[in-house]
Design a protein around this ligand. Structure first.
Ligand code: A2P
Length: 282
């Protein structure tokens, strides 16, 4: 996004009432997010403790000795003392170094052998040091979650697992598993992504054009986007819709003044295609 648009969008979001902000070092806009939060605190609009900021540990920083310095770097960029949630962004590790996507001479990603359990112990130490209030994971499947949950001497369970989740990819099995273990599912791409072909599988049709979502929306005088978000929160999935447009930022917040019936929830659940928009082919 153009420089400054993130700063403006986060300020509009905070004014609208959003409190959960999903960020990452690799989005390269953490400095703008931090500035927006700090400006809103200085204005007296919010206190730091009203905000829930989620930061992410990138794939090149999985070796345990890199975890805390990486989080400290994020805090320095944000100019905040702590993040509310710090999560392992992906379960696979890349070769440490300056390159975010380290590649060999054939253009292939260079992976790195690390022990996810050791990475997790370093995450636990960040929580103990007060740098992260809570710790979690992202893009973990059941097997990877079990590896952490069954780790001998586990100090803290992951509080959340951020994965793709929306009416076309409802994740029923993972959702049930996480429910059983008190792990919150945070659903990314809740609106079906921006359909950017460089990272999105666009062979799956656009979510917001779905006739069922639109028909249900008509009944409540809501848009398909609002119905999609309402569907997720009503089944206990946290949503992190992305928009850099003031009108749509506000629209995506107007989902607390209606509710879907059980029949409508079932109808939307039946839209599941079990196809990801974000395939993360690496
Ligand atoms: P924009 O930033 O122009 O609003 P996701 O959250 O699933 O990743 O989807 C993000 C995409 O959806 C962005 O391209 C965003 O564009 C668009 N978007 C966000 N909110 C809405 C909305 N209420 N209606 C339609 N498109 C939206």
């Amino acid at each position: 996004t153009p420089k400054g648009s993130c700063l403006e969008s986060v300020k509009i979001a905070i004014d609208t009432g959003y409190r959960h902000i999903d960020g990452a070092f690799v989005y390269y806009n953490e400095h703008e997010v931090g500035q927006a939060i700090r400006e809103k605190i200085a204005e007296g609009r919010i206190n730091r403790e009203d905000i829930f900021y989620c930061g992410k540990l990138w794939n090149t920083c999985h070796p345990p000795e890199l975890v805390r310095p990486t989080l400290e770097k994020t805090l320095k960029i944000l100019q905040l003392d702590y993040v509310d949630l710090y999560i392992i962004e992906l379960p696979m590790a890349f070769k440490p170094g300056d390159a975010i996507y380290p590649k060999d001479e054939n253009g292939k990603i260079i992976y790195h052998e690390t022990d996810l359990c050791a990475t997790w112990e370093a995450m636990e130490a960040c929580k103990d040091a007060g740098l992260a209030k809570s710790i979690g994971v992202s893009n973990f499947n059941r097997r990877q979650l079990e590896m952490i949950l069954n780790k001998p001497g586990l100090k803290y369970k992951p509080v959340s697992n951020q994965v793709e989740c929306h009416p076309y990819f409802t994740q029923p099995k993972l959702l049930e598993f996480c429910r059983q273990h008190d792990i919150v599912i945070v659903g990314y791409s809740p609106l079906g992504t921006s359909r950017d072909e460089t990272w999105v599988n666009v062979s799956s049709p656009p979510l917001l054009k779905d006739p069922v979502l639109n028909a249900i929306g008509k009944k409540y005088n809501k848009t398909a986007a609002q119905v999609a978000l309402r569907f997720s929160i009503q089944r206990g999935v946290v949503v992190i819709p992305k928009s850099f447009n003031p009108q749509r930022i506000r629209e995506n917040f107007q989902i607390f003044d209606f509710s879907l019936t059980e029949k409508e929830m079932k109808e939307i659940e039946a839209l599941n295609k079990n196809v990801r928009y974000v395939e993360l082919l690496m």
